[in-house]
Design a protein around this ligand. Structure first.
Ligand code: SAM
Length: 225
């Protein structure tokens, strides 16, 4: 199988052997997420905030966040089986604030309803061709879908190595009514994060700047925009 990577290139993913067995055996994989639409707090058994990472890759970021923040529930979303199994294999035993869902972000509003507090978009595919811009996870197509899954205040955090995607996303977030609360053009220089993603490690080890934005929309403003 081949997948596009953040730099616009193509990465070959080795077909993970027994991936169906790994997926079947893992209690961290939610096979039918649509069943929990509107009921994720009940699923987790508490009213803690729910944060999701869309395109979580092999899960380093979301697993470490779950380990470090037991009072936040995390859901990692990834499109490809061969990638998500790597994440499932990494989850330590007895982590009760994390699950993973194999799904395409295009269907995200089939799985959640007014229950998400924060969305992470880490090193999302840049879709560099202009005619593909609506495929970017920060495009108006996806921002409209995210509207219905947020609980109240809406927070999106993005990290990327791709300057064009970053610029595009700042405009897209602003046009959708988000306030850009925190921006860095070189995250690891400005404020080195304690938890990083796999792609972030790769790019920062090559001294490439990591672009970062946290943006937020208050729930009462959402009614207007
Ligand atoms: C470049 S990787 C970044 C992985 C991870 N977030 C990181 O920073 O290391 C992008 C990931 O997003 C996933 N992805 C791309 N489009 C997606 C979509 N529409 N829905 C869910 N996942 C998607 C890809 O399969 C890939 O694993």
């Amino acid at each position: 199988m081949y997948v596009k990577i953040a730099t616009g290139g193509i990465m070959r993913l080795r077909n993970v052997k027994n991936k169906e067995d790994i997926m079947d055996a893992s209690s961290y994989l939610i096979r039918e997420p649509e069943k929990y639409k509107g009921c994720w707090s009940k699923f987790f058994g508490n009213n803690n905030p729910i944060y999701i990472e869309i395109g979580m890759g092999k899960g380093q970021f979301i697993i470490n966040n779950a380990l470090n923040n037991p009072d936040i529930n995390y859901i990692g979303i990834e499109k490809y089986d061969s990638v998500i199994v790597k994440g499932l294999q990494k989850i330590p035993d007895s982590l009760n604030n994390l699950v993973m869902v194999r799904a395409d972000a295009l269907n995200i509003d089939d799985y959640f309803d007014k229950e998400i507090d924060c969305i992470y978009l880490n090193f999302s595919d840049p879709w560099p061709k202009k005619r593909h811009h609506l495929r970017r996870l920060s495009s108006s197509v996806f921002l409209k879908k995210y509207e219905s899954i947020f609980r109240k205040n809406k927070t999106i955090e993005m990290r990327t190595d791709n300057r064009d995607l970053f610029q595009y996303s700042l405009v897209s977030f602003s046009e959708a009514g988000y306030v850009l609360e925190d921006i860095s053009l070189d995250l690891h220089h400005d404020n080195m994060p304690s938890i990083t993603t796999e792609y972030e490690d790769k790019f920062s080890s090559k001294e490439m700047p990591i672009y970062f934005v946290r943006c937020r929309k208050e729930w009462n403003l959402s009614k207007i925009t």
